[in-house]
Design a protein around this ligand. Structure first.
Ligand code: SAH
Length: 395
């Protein structure tokens, strides 16, 4: 008999509501000695079969559900999941003529711990959970079946793997190594993606829609693009006719690619600056010097990584946004985002309100944003909605 877990009394509710996580405290008994990533059957306290899940002995999230119906977790299973994910994205891909998109958004695509982004003919995988790691070969075989033309590259160099008892790892899983950065196109903007050494899988695909929405605020304007990475919002600003764009990031490789991206698109490079600086410091410098902008874009990395640092993370967001508001000209626009899933949109809105108070300026929200639709989320897994943003006018 295969290994199984029995839930404690009353702990089956979230599973019945199809949430994919089972916490260690919700488990009454584990039988059959499952090892790291093994597939286990999940039973309610009354003995009813509920799901098949991957066992993570080292994590608080002790099991992640693969399936709520009885079926083998094998190559055919993942083929079905991948085909469904592709189908759900067809409209989004066609609409944006996308050559780079998120194919698998982990739990949101019923593949816990598995993120897969597609950049042209490269599939870049991030396997974050013990179960994902255990199923690696099946996942690779399924990808080969669904996308025979594609090479597959692994970017599992993420610290959270430690919590699952896994080492960080990267490298080619199938096909050929990319010899140079891959060029994708979104909304008519060309972007180089370095899948081997770029952040995450190489690019922040989730901000695609926000980048496009930002274009209506920047024509003829002085734009400060904070946390620019490889250009992102700054490239769209140049395309939309910004007068000047200052891109700020602490990563020199990212800034080098940002400049190459501007050239690749044939944008007027004289209108762009690529500044290696700490955003927190440079904002204070601009404020103290009295340097002002028409538009400030604020897209920081995730600053809330666990419930325990929600307060300090919130303070970080408030500081950044206060400084941004202080350096905006009257009538200027703040485009601000948070990718911290643990900080809900309502709280982010309050933080901007506090930032406005501290800056001593009147601020009006004019638009709100969310992640692009290839970053869909399941009704049973609200955690899948993590990115929010606002456009706000500063009086
Ligand atoms: N807006 C980008 C994505 C930003 S990701 C896009 O549309 O693609 C966050 C970026 O913040 C990373 O490139 C990282 O190098 C940079 N970063 C992190 N801390 C920073 C700091 N204190 N000052 C400047 N840049 C920072």
């Amino acid at each position: 008999m295969s290994a199984s877990i029995k839930l404690a009394k009353g702990r089956d509710k979230s599973v019945r509501r199809r949430h994919p996580w089972i916490f260690s405290r919700g488990i009454e008994m584990v039988t059959g000695d499952p090892q790291l990533g093994d597939t286990v059957d999940v039973f309610a306290h009354n003995g009813q079969w509920l799901a098949k899940a991957a066992y993570s002995p080292n994590s608080q999230i002790r099991a992640r559900i693969w399936s709520f119906i009885k079926k083998e977790i094998d190559t055919a299973f993942f083929i079905e999941r991948i085909q469904q994910a592709q189908m759900l994205r067809e409209e989004c891909i066609a609409r944006g003529a996308l050559t780079g998109y998120r194919l698998i958004a982990a739990e949101s695509d019923s593949m816990p711990g598995v993120t897969i982004d597609k950049y042209q003919d490269y599939l870049v995988c991030q396997l974050l959970s013990a179960g994902a790691e255990k199923q690696k070969q099946h996942i690779v075989e399924a990808l080969k079946h669904c996308f025979p033309e594609c090479s597959i590259y692994e970017r599992s160099d993420v610290a959270v793997r430690k919590k699952e008892g896994l080492e960080e790892t990267t490298g080619l899983l199938h096909g050929t190594e990319p010899s140079e950065p891959i060029v994708i196109e979104e909304n008519g903007v060309k972007i180089q993606v370095d899948i081997k050494t770029g952040h995450k899988t190489g690019f922040y695909l989730d901000q695609r829609d926000s980048r496009q929405h930002s274009m209506k605020y920047v024509k003829g304007k002085q734009v400060l693009n904070c946390f620019s990475y490889t250009g992102g919002f700054g490239l769209y600003a140049l395309k939309a006719g910004a007068e000047r764009v200052i891109n700020v990031d602490v990563s020199q490789p990212a800034l080098d690619i940002a400049k190459q991206n501007a050239e690749l698109n044939g944008f007027n490079i004289k209108k762009a600056v690529f500044l290696n600086a700490d955003v927190f410091k440079i904002l204070r410098e601009y404020r103290d010097q009295g340097t002002q902008f028409d538009v400030v874009i604020m897209d920081p990395p995730k600053m809330v990584s666990s419930k325990s640092n929600l307060t300090s993370g919130a303070r970080g967001y408030k500081d950044l946004n206060m400084l941004a508001i202080q350096i905006l000209k009257p009538g200027g626009t703040l485009l601000t985002y948070s990718c911290s899933g643990l900080m809900e949109s309502g709280l982010f809105q309050k933080i901007i309100a506090d930032a406005a108070l501290d800056a001593g300026r009147e601020v009006k929200f004019v638009e709100s944003f969310t992640q692009a639709s290839d970053h869909l989320f399941d009704t049973a897994y609200p955690e899948g909605l993590y990115l929010k943003g606002f456009a706000a006018k500063v009086v």
